[in-house]
Design a protein around this ligand. Structure first.
Ligand SMILES: NC(=O)c1ccc[n+]([C@@H]2O[C@H](COP(=O)([O-])OP(=O)(O)OC[C@H]3O[C@@H](n4cnc5c(N)ncnc54)[C@H](O)[C@@H]3O)[C@@H](O)[C@H]2O)c1
Length: 375
């Protein structure tokens, strides 16, 4: 696999994203980047990745390495404070580059810490999950959770360089790769029928960590996302369509105390949004069914604990991108045909949610399902 680079134009400074097999693990593949980096750097690395790849050239000098445990409860101001202290202990200065290695959780926490420490230090990002490689590594967003409010704090902060090594996806579990596929499913539907068909055709190979299929889907995901972020980097208009699947998805994550992995929650949210669109007579049942086949392949029944609709609606109503008095949901009317709805009522959302096969709500049928807190 020959390395390929795309450059993301950003008001914060353009940055290259290079897909280079072996760049995390091989001395030969990483050499030119480590030379460019120089000695003034520290590495914030996902603890599990550190354990799995102890011989990585990026981890050889242990004194520079700051382990970070990837859990949603660490993607918080507390988690960031621990990073600030580690930066102070390792004498990070304005001239230091912080190399961030891990999935979206480490990216969000460390990206936020880099942006705010000393009013901003340079950072590079080596994404190690499918979700991070095919989606979150571009777009310059960093988000933190505040108690159970998902991604409610954050800054726009872009890495100086992104290096993607698809070979490390082999050590993820199948469920973690399925989670990455949830975000890739979302962008493939947004891109159009050809991209969706290609995604569905590659699905089994990606779940089995086939490096070529993974690289193809990563490049396809980034190619679609880049068109949205270069158009509207600061999320004031068209980029908000990328929230497709996320209103319901974030609410599902929060209402289950983050038991459902992010990308699986998004895949369910995509199906929710499609069914909503069909309920309004916009999407066809054929479109909904085609996409649902992929969601069904990703989400096995045991992934979603039983929960109360009241708890989910509580979080849906607090979605940070909600506009006006009703619920906001980005929907697809078909492949590549997106719309942001701002007039979804709790009753309409409830009716659609009741038809979802993956989620069992214990309180549907209660008259008072609109209030309540997490449960
Ligand atoms: N900033 C953004 O633009 C953006 C976009 C989408 C999602 N996100 C956020 O990303 C987070 C989800 O990130 P994620 O799905 O990348 O998962 P993650 O960071 O939670 O990692 C999932 C698990 O995989 C492990 N892991 C990471 N790389 C590994 C590897 N190569 N081999 C084996 N194990 C590995 C981690 O230790 C963790 O246990 C969510 O919090 C979501 O909100 C951010």
């Amino acid at each position: 696999m020959t390395p390929s680079t795309l450059t993301v134009s950003s008001a914060l400074g353009d940055y290259p994203v290079t897909v280079h097999a072996g760049v995390l693990t091989s001395a030969a593949a990483s050499r030119s980047y480590l030379d460019e980096l120089g000695p003034d750097h520290v590495v914030v690395a996902d603890s599990r990745v550190l354990r799995l790849y102890p011989g990585s050239p990026w981890f050889l000098d242990e004194s520079r390495v700051i382990p970070f445990t990837a859990h949603e409860t660490a993607k918080t101001l507390d988690g960031v404070q621990a990073l600030y202290q580690a930066f102070i202990d390792r004498r990070v200065r304005r001239s230091t580059t912080v190399v961030v290695v891990g999935g979206g959780i480490v990216q969000d926490a460390a990206g936020f810490a880099c942006h705010t420490f000393l009013r901003g230090v340079n950072w590079w990002y080596l994404p190690t999950t499918l979700l991070a490689q095919g989606d979150s590594c571009i777009g310059a967003k960093t988000s933190l959770n505040h108690f159970t409010s998902k991604n409610i704090l954050g800054v726009f902060a872009r890495p100086g360089r992104v290096l993607v090594d698809p070979e490390v996806l082999a050590t993820l579990t199948r469920v973690e790769r399925a989670s990455g596929c949830g975000e890739l499913l979302k962008v493939s539907v947004m891109s159009g029928p050809e991209a969706f068909t290609a995604h569905a055709a590659d699905l089994e190979a990606v779940l089995a960590a086939d490096p070529d299929a993974c690289a193809r889907q990563i490049e396809a995901g980034l190619a679609t996302k880049i068109t949205y972020i270069e158009d509207d980097e600061f999320d004031r208009g068209r980029r908000q369509l990328l929230n497709y699947g996320h209103e319901f998805g974030h609410a599902l994550e929060a209402a289950t105390n983050f038991e459902v992995p992010h990308g699986l929650a998004v895949a369910i949210g995509v199906d929710f949004a499609n069914r909503l669109s069909a309920g309004r007579g916009r999407a066809t049942s054929d479109f909904v069914a085609k996409v649902a086949v992929v969601t069904r392949a990703l989400v096995t029944d045991e992934r979603v604990p039983r929960l109360r609709w009241a708890a989910l609606l509580h979080h849906l109503a607090r979605d940070k991108k909600r506009v006006g008095k009703d619920l906001t949901v980005v929907v697809a009317h078909g492949f590549g045909r997106m719309e942001k709805l701002t007039d979804v009522t709790p009753a309409e959302a409830r009716e659609v949610a009741a038809g979802l096969p993956y989620v069992h709500f214990t309180d549907l049928g209660d008259a008072g399902a609109e209030g309540g807190t997490t449960g």
